[in-house]
Design a binder for this molecule. Structure first.
Ligand code: PMP
Length: 429
């Protein structure tokens, strides 16, 4: 049945669909960190819809409340509902410390790209400028504004020109770049400083700096200490907003509510999506009240906060707190990294294992240490055939990415990681 559905989808759906594997899988249902396909095969889920199902698939505490809301009142435009106001209050409780008590929320459409578009408009409105500074290796979405920030040119080149004033600074990537972590941070900050402040090499009208606190699609790249805080200082010095994209890293994924908290940095503007609605489409942007420059109607639209998704979001936050999933993400993440470190030590094709919390990447390399995308394909296929769903990314398409639901148990992680290690061993024998 999976085979039939995959074939049928390919016949009738847009060719733009990204089906990541040759292994035919069509899902029937999910529970916690597991998925079942239409033929009854069970899978351990290590990507959670790219970090969306943080409190697990079809968590009844979330879905029952969302269904109740859908039956009672799904859509109200921007008219307040108790659910909407309660979510804004709840988000304030978990906001990065420097924003708590002074943060504003703008709800977007369903996708992360919607939220990123909002951040571009807000930064332009606040500064009156139009120059965007982002980073090499970044991913911020595929609508026109967000695509301008995204560094990957593979598809982007078909749609240029996008926004006219965009520059990409170097992002510190210790595994792939020469130099000590301090030197890499220094170089990245130098690029940004030049763009912000050098009359003869910079940008005429910078509107802000957009950064992923840990790059996701770029290959789970964890920047060294000093990078995010250095950006914070530069943005303060040149009076432009720092926009920290927590779309993939947020909502507890890295073991803190927001990855910027690992670096003690408060963003000015913070787009959120993915896990925000716990599987129900919802995005939003949190920002400091001083930057509330839009004015009535300044950034609206029909679907700006879907009440069932907002109810789901409140419930997912409650569930995360009640079960202390942030601590669990830190512990289980450390367990996974430790298990994979054994493989890193023994197998020269495992270049590096890195991550924070349950945001883990494993970089596969050739004998010469170059990216090994073919090896990744083999490993991923074996994993899928053996019931372990992993994700992939990286500038060289060679990073296995693990983003399981935060509710995954240690026993499930152990089973999945052993299957992954076996897959790597058999592909590199
Ligand atoms: N920002 C980041 C950091 C992301 O990882 C993504 C999605 N991978 C986006 C923005 C775009 O989100 P969406 O795919 O929902 O438009």
């Amino acid at each position: 049945e999976s085979r039939r559905l995959v074939r049928r989808q390919a016949e009738i759906e847009s060719g733009a669909v990204l089906y990541p594997t040759d292994v035919p899988i069509a899902f029937e249902n999910g529970k916690g960190a597991t998925l079942k396909d239409v033929d009854g095969n069970l899978y351990l889920d290590f990507f959670a819809g790219i970090g969306v199902l943080n409190v697990g698939h079809a968590n009844p505490y979330v879905t029952e409340a969302a269904v109740e809301q859908a039956e009672r009142l799904p859509h109200t435009l921007d008219f307040p509902t108790r659910t909407r106001v309660e979510l804004i209050e709840t988000l304030d409780e978990i906001a990065p410390e420097g924003l708590r008590g002074r943060n504003r929320v703008n709800f977007g459409g369903p996708t992360g790209s919607d939220a990123v578009e909002a951040t571009i408009k807000l930064a332009k409105r606040v500064t009156g400028n139009d120059g965007l500074i982002a980073f090499r290796g970044s991913f911020h979405g595929e609508t026109s504004g967000a695509y301008s920030l995204t560094a990957d040119t593979k598809y982007k080149r078909h749609y240029t020109p996008l926004l006219p004033e965009v520059e990409h600074a170097r992002y510190p990537y210790p595994f792939r770049q020469d130099g000590s972590p301090e030197e890499l941070v220094e170089r990245a900050l130098e690029d940004v400083q030049t763009l912000l402040g050098d009359r003869y090499g910079g940008m005429a009208n910078p509107a802000g700096v957009w950064v992923e606190p840990i790059q996701g699609e770029g290959g789970t790249v964890v920047p060294p200490e000093g990078f995010l805080s250095g950006l914070r200082d530069l943005c303060d010095e040149y009076e432009v907003p720092l926009i920290v994209d927590e779309i993939q890293t947020g909502m507890g994924r890295t073991g803190e509510w927001w990855a910027s908290e690992h670096y003690d940095v408060t963003p000015d503007i913070m787009p959120m999506a993915k896990a925000l609605g716990s599987g129900f489409p919802l995005s939003g942007t949190m920002y400091d009240e001083n930057l509330d420059a839009w004015g009535p109607g300044g950034h609206t639209g029909t679907f700006r906060g879907f009440n069932p998704a907002m109810r789901a979001s409140i419930r997912a936050i409650e569930y995360t707190r009640h079960h202390d999933l942030l601590a669990h993400a830190r512990e289980l993440g450390a367990f996974i990294v430790d298990r994979l470190a054994e493989c890193e030590a023994e197998n020269p094709h495992v270049g590096e294992v890195r991550g924070k919390g349950l945001f883990v990447g494993l970089e596969l390399v050739t004998d010469d240490g170059e990216p090994a995308p073919d090896l990744l394909e083999t490993v991923r296929t074996t994993c899928y055939e053996n019931g372990v769903l992993v994700w992939a990314g990286g500038r060289g398409d060679n990073v296995i990415r693990l983003l399981p639901p935060l509710v995954m148990t240690e026993a499930q992680a152990e089973t999945g990681i052993s299957i992954l290690i076996d897959a790597i061993e058999s592909a590199t024998d």
